[in-house]
Design a protein around this ligand. Structure first.
Ligand SMILES: [Zn+2]
Length: 107
């Protein structure tokens, strides 16, 4: 299994992790701090920014994020995505054992 630069298949989990890495603010400053403390505290975040998909454990953290990242857009908590409302489905999906599919995954 060496050589040959074959494009890797990306699982949903990998993509989600990449998306998270790309969109989560891990920098310094207030917004970054809110994001980080939120992650540690909440385990899984409750709210998701509809604009950039950053997550926050509560409305206050989200507002801090919003003010920092989207200062030109009015903060509207009704537009936030509540991840807890979809949590059971997501949890079921990630806990499901992955079949060892080696063949094609064509859509
Ligand atoms: Zn955002």
């Amino acid at each position: 299994m060496t050589g040959k630069a074959k494009p890797k298949k990306h699982t949903a989990k990998e993509l989600a992790a990449k998306l998270d890495a790309a969109t989560t603010n891990r920098g310094g400053g207030k917004a970054g701090l809110a994001d980080r403390t939120g992650k540690e505290k909440g385990g899984h975040a409750k709210l998701e920014c509809p604009l950039c998909k950053v997550t926050a454990p509560d409305i206050k953290s989200m507002q801090i994020h919003h003010d920092a990242r989207h200062p030109k857009i009015p903060f509207d908590d009704t537009k936030l995505n509540n991840l807890h409302s979809t949590a059971p489905a997501a949890a079921a999906e990630t806990s499901k054992p992955k079949p060892g599919v080696r063949g094609s995954l064509k859509k």
